[in-house]
Write a protein that binds this ligand. Sequence first.
Ligand code: G1P
Length: 293
Amino acid sequence: MKIRTAVFPVAGLGTRFLPATKAIPKEMLTVGDRPLIQHAVEEAKVAGIERFIFVTSQGKTAIEDHFDVNPVLESTLVERGKTKELDRVKSLQLGPGEAIFIRQQQPLGLGHAVWCARSLVGNEPFALLLADDMIIGDAPCTAQMIDAYNKQGRGNYTAVMDVPQEHVSRYGILDITQDDGTLVQAQDVVEKPDPATSPSRTAIVGRYILDPLTFDKINIHNFGVGKEIQLTDAFKPMIDAGVPFYGVRFKGHRFDCGTKEGWLEANVANAYNDEAMQPRLLETLKKLNIASQ
Ligand code: G1P
């Protein structure tokens, strides 16, 4: 079945990035000239996604405005002959009816946010993208995930990467049964385990292809780690119901843009990969005596 819908949970408070995120949604922080949420939407678009569902909360209207048409801005750019800027703004907009917004009324966790989108997604597999996990690489991560799904068939898929043992308590961690180097299969997934008892170091990164059974298996009465309704807790019941769980070792670099350090690294990598910006970046690092070339 074609994956045509993507869900973007954007209701989080962004506490790790305060005070920057006091009045601005964390998803609107920029990497290069685009907000994080724009990077995620573009990644989904090139993977063939046609419906973009944003699970928002209070204080997130900047995201709706960002994907809307801005007639005053557009006519001003036309008047001033700024065609390049106009084309750029237009190329990043979503088409009429492509963007759907729904509110998560309480901050009850990722599982709850996904569950809030249930009636919009319907009975079909869908992509889930966490915008503060930014992935930079040649092949967009969501496209890699959809490729794996198309080859392998029904199942739940997440992007995975190996992390240091002392970091496992920040992630969903796989209990692996099979591993061919690219695709791994798990018999269980544990959210934020203690490093001493973690089943592996293979961690979930914020890209998923999810089976619609997820909506039935997210238990909105079960508060897991951090007293939140965890998406991860829905995977084992699905494995038991015959929906396999796969991890895709994606190609690319993942940056945790929910932290100042990860966001900075993403901006440096983004500038380095941009032909026009790279010389200036290197020059600046040299000037500051940070890098030797
Ligand atoms: C969420 C998921 C976790 C995953 C992580 C990836 O955690 O619950 O399983 O490993 O995203 O970034 P969060 O970062 O929201 O605590």
